[in-house]
Write a new protein. Sequence first.
Length: 189
Amino acid sequence: MIKVGVVYHSVCGSTRTLAEAIVDGINSIPGCEGEALAIKGEHIIQGRYHNPELMLRLDQCNGIVFGSPTFMGSVSAQFKAFMDAASERYSGRGWVDKLSAGFTIGSNFSGDQLNTISTLQIFAAQMGMLWVPLGILPNHDVKRRNRSGCQSGLVAVVEGEGTVHELDYHTALYMGERIGQLLGRLQLL
Ligand SMILES: Cc1cc2nc3c(=O)[nH]c(=O)nc-3n(C[C@H](O)[C@H](O)[C@H](O)COP(=O)(O)O)c2cc1C
């Protein structure tokens, strides 16, 4: 079984909804199993993220999708604490060659969400992971997914507090399917 972890932080629930849609997309691919893993503030003690169980689950994954709300033009403080805690895997090269992708949501159409995606992308590169861009042509997709037009990852825009636009939801589903399909193809090599 191919395993993909979708690790995310969410306060009001919109990032969680996207994470769960990505998991549904992963699970729709035969032989793939997705799991949503929430980063919680209670695991940050004196500024340091500590959740060995979550880290071990990610170790067992073939791919990891990272998701954070955009807060002040970047990842949330809680997500950054998780990134810093992953430095143990950086030095041990524990996540090298796993597939990776990223998603974010903000309340504005151009609320600097790209900086969040770029932060996730650079984090994945630090870990030696292989980044999967979204791969949907904006304005040409018959289902009108990727309405924000970002290619590096999924950039969503809040509909109402804690909710997700239907097209962003379908883009998240697609992201999960794409990761699952790519991992399936890599396994066949
Ligand atoms: C402290 C804070 C900073 C924020 N900064 C931004 C921002 O820079 N750009 C943006 O588009 N939205 C910003 N937002 C809006 C959030 O990204 C938005 O509410 C998002 O849906 C939160 O995700 P969640 O529902 O998973 O908690 C900010 C919200 C908060 C609370």
